[in-house]
Ligand binder design. Structure first.
Ligand SMILES: Nc1ncnc2c1ncn2[C@@H]1O[C@H](COP(=O)(O)OP(=O)(O)OP(=O)(O)O)[C@@H](O)[C@H]1O
Ligand SMILES: [Mg+2]
Length: 278
């Protein structure tokens, strides 16, 4: 990643591409700040000039039609470009003010940023081993400590009661909704500061979706969450602020409730929220 130069004191949020910007007051230093991010695969540019910040302990919702670059954006936050052939990223991503590209390796970043991708993401591992995998790779050997981590993460993911009697069964034998909660437990296993979720409700029934939404509302007390969702009403239920991605640009970012009440700066945001395209 290249630094675009001197830092700007007030983050400029939204797309600058059409000469319009939206500047909003930021309360306290942002947990995550993205400055002038460009991203693509080979000769194809997928994200253009994305600048936004995520506040500590907020849920930032990301919505927008397919192929707008939402998943690619999450990949960049986790430096997945380093493991994806052809994927490139330009710009700056700051976690607690620190440029993530300067962290010694992706593993030190992954300890701080947990990621939940949509199913199927099955590893041929037991429920226990799914959650214990990352702590073990980080060097934790004590069985008592691992037991404690596995139980705590499964409790936080609202899955413990359903699986505590069969922790050594294969994770892939769980129902879709249980597997999705297992991926959340796994993402929590290293106590991340930031949790990235990508369309977790795709493979999940409405009741489990609500359970997971409750889990996220609880988690928000302790961590910061970026939630990509194709369900605009889910963004309305969960997100403090919402960013609207369209064709690789951030059209608008604002307080979720205000956007849904029609207080938008760009008419395309309202059209999307009202289901007129997508
Ligand atoms: N590994 C890859 N190699 C090449 N192109 C890719 C790769 N991954 C994604 N793309 C392209 O990047 C563009 C943005 O994809 P991305 O998955 O980020 O969008 P999205 O907003 O998450 O879409 P959806 O709502 O369908 O999940 C798409 O046109 C896609 O084809
Ligand atoms: Mg996607």
């Amino acid at each position: 990643m290249v630094s675009p130069g001197p830092s700007h004191p007030v983050p400029v949020e939204g797309a600058g591409g059409r000469g319009r910007t939206s500047v909003r007051p930021v309360q306290g230093p942002p947990k995550l700040e993205v400055r002038d991010l460009w991203l693509g695969y080979g000769s194809r540019t997928v994200l253009r000039q994305v600048s936004l910040s995520v506040r500590e302990n907020e849920i930032l919702g990301i919505i927008g039609p397919a192929n707008g670059g939402k998943t690619s954006f999450l990949r960049a936050l986790n430096r997945m470009n380093e493991l994806t052939p052809g994927m490139w990223v330009r710009g700056q991503i700051l976690l607690d003010g620190e440029d993530i590209s300067r962290l010694p390796n992706v593993y030190s970043l992954r300890r701080r940023i947990g990621v939940v991708f949509p199913l199927p993401v099955g590893l041929p591992l037991s429920i226990y081993d799914n959650v214990a995998l990352a702590p073990r790779l980080a060097g934790i050997r004590s069985k008592a400590k691992l037991d404690e981590i596995v139980e705590r993460c499964l409790v936080r993911a609202a899955l413990w009661d359903e699986v505590k009697d069969r922790l050594h069964a294969l994770g892939s034998l769980l129902s879709g909704g249980q597997q999705q909660r297992l991926t959340i437990a796994r993402a929590l296993s290293q106590d991340p500061e930031l949790l990235l979720l990508d369309e977790f409700s795709i493979a999940v029934d409405p009741v489990t979706t609500m359970r997971i939404e409750d889990v996220l509302k609880e988690l928000k007390r302790e961590i910061t969450i970026v939630l990509v969702t194709n369900l605009v009403q889910q963004a309305r239920r969960l997100a403090d602020r919402t960013a609207f991605f369209l064709n690789g640009e951030v059209v608008e970012i604002g307080e979720t409730e205000a956007l849904f009440q029609g207080k938008v700066e760009d008419p395309r945001t309202l059209e999307y929220l009202e289901g007129k395209f997508g």
